[in-house]
Design a protein around this ligand. Structure first.
Ligand code: V47
Length: 353
């Protein structure tokens, strides 16, 4: 059967078929992805009021794409105190944030209790806020560094108030590319194993993919297939988030950004391939706000949130260091022809703006 017909019939595509989707014209691909998106969510565009907190940039690992960790290129090491973290969370909560998204570097000096105690302190101060914290890369680091199993670290996360896991640390699963980008960090199989264990405890998480550096289209499809396989088993992923690579201030020598054309194709293909992951997030911090809005017509249904502060992608060139004011964010979504729907971290609808 013709591939386009197959997708219109709602049938699952294979690896080879998914790769062939890149050969379709963007408007054809966009329409296929948009049909799926509209059938699920109509013109709703999801977002949340959230605050990113990056409590330390001291890192035991060296990822070539990273501009955030304290290195020769970025020598400003810091580690926040629990009081600072709680004070940031309280401030954001008072301003309407429903979620704190806490992602750190792999700091070998502060101790496991510094990590776990920070979530506990936020939970105690703000019983209602959603704590999305610890990427699988951090879980793996804490497990290796402190000699605990993944199960033990995951149980500690739950005991200390973490609600869901962010999708970071996935990068690109292909082992050869991964070895070049971030040798020594969590492997692809371990990343999958950690999320599987998290899901098996009835918890939800997201999954990212860092693209637009040295990977090929086939590597992106391979990445999506591995996520689709896990989702078939657990059903625990809420959103897939393709992160557009930012090229400033790091050790990876990539001269050019991807074209908007290629980024939109990748969003659309992910909507088609990941038939079992409910949401596709155009994370505006890395795509730019303009493209994230256009992406809502190419299969994406989520924009992440207002962010407020962000240190990882902005260190590498993204315009997200100070987030986006709520009024402006909502206005832009409306002007693009979509209905801004504020959601909580697990995609329960809170308010139609
Ligand atoms: O895994 C690092 C990425 C991620 C760069 O779960 C870069 O809702 C682009 O996990 N260019 C961490 N990206 C961020 C993350 C995240 C972000 C938004 C939403 C969610 C979610 C999770 O940041 C890392 C890495 O892939 N990153 N450096 C860079 N130069």
């Amino acid at each position: 059967m013709d591939l386009v017909e197959k997708i219109k019939n709602g049938e699952r595509v294979s690896f080879d078929e998914a790769l062939k989707l890149y050969d379709l014209e963007l408007d054809v691909l966009g329409e296929l992805a948009d049909n799926i998106r509209v059938s699920k969510y109509g013109k709703k565009s999801y977002f949340n009021i959230n605050r990113h907190i990056n409590p330390t940039n001291i890192c035991a690992d060296i990822c070539k794409f990273c501009a955030y960790s304290a290195t020769r290129k970025n020598p400003n090491p810091y580690a926040m105190s629990h009081e600072e973290i709680v004070s940031i969370a309280k401030n954001s909560y008072a301003n309407g944030a429903k979620e704190v998204h806490i992602v750190s570097a792999h700091n070998p000096e502060v101790g496991l209790e510094w990590y776990m105690g920070s979530y506990r302190a936020v939970r105690e101060a703000l019983p209602d806020i959603h704590i999305k914290a610890l990427t699988a890369a951090e879980v793996d680091f804490l497990s290796r560094h402190y000699g605990h199993s993944y199960d033990t670290i995951i149980d500690m996360m739950i005991a200390n108030g973490v609600d869901s896991m962010p999708g970071g640390g996935a990068e690109i699963f292909d082992e050869e590319v991964r070895e070049f980008l971030c040798k020594g960090k969590v492997t692809s199989d371990q990343w999958i194993e950690i999320h599987q264990k998290w899901h098996e405890r009835g918890r939800e998480s997201n999954a990212t993919m860092l693209f637009g550096h040295i990977e090929s289209r086939a590597h992106r499809i391979d990445h999506m297939m591995r996520l689709r396989n896990l989702q078939d088993i657990t059903g625990g992923f809420n959103a897939f988030i393709p992160l557009v690579y930012q090229k400033e201030n790091n050790f990876l020598k990539v001269e050019n950004y991807l074209t908007a054309h290629e980024i939109l194709k990748t969003y659309a293909i992910s909507r088609i391939v990941l038939d079992n992951i409910p949401h596709i997030k155009a994370y505006w911090a890395t795509s730019t706000i303009g493209l994230a809005l256009i992406a809502q017509e190419y299969g994406c249904d989520d924009m992440d949130g207002t962010i407020e502060r962000e240190a990882i992608q902005s260190a590498a060139g993204a315009a997200s260091s100070h987030g986006m004011p709520l009024g402006e964010f909502v206005g832009l979504i409306k002007n693009a022809g979509f209905t801004p729907v504020e959601r909580d971290s697990l995609y329960n609808e809170l308010k139609v703006w």
